[in-house]
Design a protein around this ligand. Structure first.
Ligand SMILES: [Fe+2]
Length: 218
């Protein structure tokens, strides 16, 4: 079965610690500026081209992530900061993001740059329907990847500070059910490899996956 979201670990934690120390010196602006029509967002945001490119390079090294989502292009990374009282109430991400170089948003990501014991509240809630949700509060260096159409929110921080990095990704596979099939095949291959080590079955599945990618990518 296709999972609603996946969690990955940034490949170089020491590099990420340096990035975390550098973002403290960036110019932070009111997060509502990126979406002035949306009163549900209260946080601080910052941008940096070099650090964004560094994070892009880092995540492209994660084979399981790249094989599953088949990235075509990414938005620049937005760094965000939630102090006490800050939040981002329930919303869906826009279908187009990235300012003047807009991309389609197939996947949304949050990279956690604070450990859970550095703040209270501030959990990311991923909604599975109109009322039920899965709470997500990851360790420093872990990131979540979920379909951009899924409703989500960041609960108010009640103590401490929650630092994060977010970006959006357009997949080469535009057709959603096909993308889910490819994603399921990737999950199945990794399961079969771990549990049964059946290379013949994996090869068959990869052939199906490659045919889907060849015929449905752009
Ligand atoms: Fe969002």
């Amino acid at each position: 079965m296709h999972s609603l979201f996946d969690i990955y670990e940034y490949p170089d934690i020491e590099e990420l610690k340096t990035i975390k120390s550098l973002i403290q010196n960036l110019e932070w602006s009111d997060g509502a500026r990126s979406n002035p029509n949306n009163p549900v967002k209260v946080n601080k945001q910052a941008y940096d081209q070099a650090l964004s490119a560094q994070i892009h390079q880092g995540i492209y090294k994660i084979g399981s992530y790249v094989n599953k989502v088949i990235p075509r292009r990414l938005t620049p990374v937005t760094f965000n900061k939630y102090g006490v009282g800050d939040h981002y109430f329930r919303h869906n991400d826009s279908s187009l993001m990235g300012g003047e170089h807009q991309i389609l948003t197939h996947y949304s990501h949050t990279l956690f740059l604070s450990d859970p014991d550095e703040y209270e509240g501030g959990e990311l809630r991923i909604y599975v329907n109109a009322v039920d949700f899965i709470p997500v509060k990851l360790q420093f260096g872990q990131f979540i990847c979920y379909p951009s159409g899924v409703r989500h929110e960041v609960m108010p921080v009640t103590e401490g500070e929650r630092l994060g990095a977010v970006w959006w990704m357009e997949s080469k596979v535009i057709n959603e059910p096909v993308r889910e099939c490819i994603s399921s095949i990737t999950e199945s291959c990794s399961y079969i490899l771990d549990k049964y080590k059946d290379e013949h079955l994996i090869m068959n599945l990869q052939e199906v996956q490659d045919r889907l990618i060849r015929n449905f990518s752009y």
